[in-house]
Write a protein that binds this ligand. Structure first.
Ligand SMILES: [Fe+2]
Length: 312
């Protein structure tokens, strides 16, 4: 059965089809090229607030300029990445290319800075014949799934996120230029302390704000191993299959996800076939805890990478 969710704005109704009960919706044939009307933008934002990850098939977004213009409807853009080079000549566009390794760890984009992007767009350029999907998880559903005692415990926690951590990969899985990539990724080190439970500024929903860059909890007296064990238990709720949508890619497709309340993962299941997506991210606000306390930068200045955007 197809369940159609309608987001009514002043004059525009966008009919998204839900992809699961917790996260994800898709629409086919909505032309995203060119200037969008305020009503369409409001309709997409409402759908994003509700579904957290939106898949636009046959989106008519064919160039980096189209993608940058589309993303710009939702706020100021970040640079491509705090440390990694952009697509040549396109400062806001990050190449996500199988030749440079795969993002097969669960993460929320760029959480090692104090102002991570509020949302990310991915556009298909080269799609492998099989595999290469993007998995996106609802961290709000994860929070809801926690037993009440664990939820209260999580509410009190803060975690340190960094881009400089030991992510050793077994040699047989390592890509040829892994050392070079790592050097580029950590050429400037960032560390930020974020609340483990973040309140979404538009919906008020609470979500577990952890993922791959969250390396340790800020609890005096807790060892790194114990800290990782607690994060691992919370993370297990994020990646429950019920909380995850598996998005398959086809040409001319765009995915928009809410980076304030999701995590994602790109399984390395396409045997090295070419896979290229381009990413453009929208500048975010500073996360706040359930008590309204903001995140704090401990190391690294992200102001050239991204403005601290007003909430929208
Ligand atoms: Fe990512």
């Amino acid at each position: 059965m197809t369940i159609v969710t309608e987001n009514r704005t002043a004059s525009t109704t966008l009919a998204f089809t839900k992809l699961g009960s917790k996260i994800g919706a898709e629409i086919r044939g909505l032309d995203l090229r060119g200037e969008l009307s305020a009503d369409v933008v409001a309709g997409i934002r409402a759908a994003l607030n509700e579904h957290k990850a939106l898949v636009f098939r046959e989106a008519n977004i064919l160039t980096d300029e189209d993608q940058v213009r589309f993303a710009g409807h939702f706020g100021p853009l970040t640079e491509a990445h705090p440390t990694v080079a952009s697509v040549e000549g396109a400062v806001n566009v990050l190449p996500v290319d199988s030749e440079n390794g795969s993002a097969n760890t669960w993460h929320t984009d760029v959480t090692f800075v104090v102002n991570p992007p509020q949302a990310s767009t991915l556009r298909s350029i080269t799609v492998p014949e099989y595999g290469g999907e993007t998995l996106i998880a609802s961290s709000a559903a994860a929070y809801q799934d926690l037993p009440a005692e664990l939820r209260t415990f999580a509410d009190s926690l803060w975690a340190i996120h960094t881009n400089d951590y030991d992510y050793s990969v077994p040699k047989n899985l390592e890509h040829a230029n892994a050392d070079e990539r790592r050097k580029e990724f950590t050429r400037q080190v960032f560390e930020t302390v974020h609340p483990v439970v973040r309140v979404h500024p538009l919906t008020g929903e609470r979500g577990l704000f952890i993922g791959g860059f969250a390396q340790r909890l800020r609890i005096v007296g807790l060892s790194n191993t114990e800290s990782k064990d607690i994060i691992r238990i919370l993370q297990a709720y994020v990646v429950r299959p019920e909380n995850v949508v598996r998005v398959n890619w086809e040409p001319n497709q765009l995915v928009l996800f809410d980076n304030r309340i999701t995590q994602h993962y790109a399984p390395d299941n396409y045997d090295g076939l070419p896979r290229t997506l381009n990413r453009v991210t929208i500048a975010g606000d500073v996360p706040v805890s359930i008590e309204g306390k903001p995140s704090q930068a401990l190391q690294g200045d992200s102001s050239t990478y991204s403005v601290i955007a007003p909430v929208r």
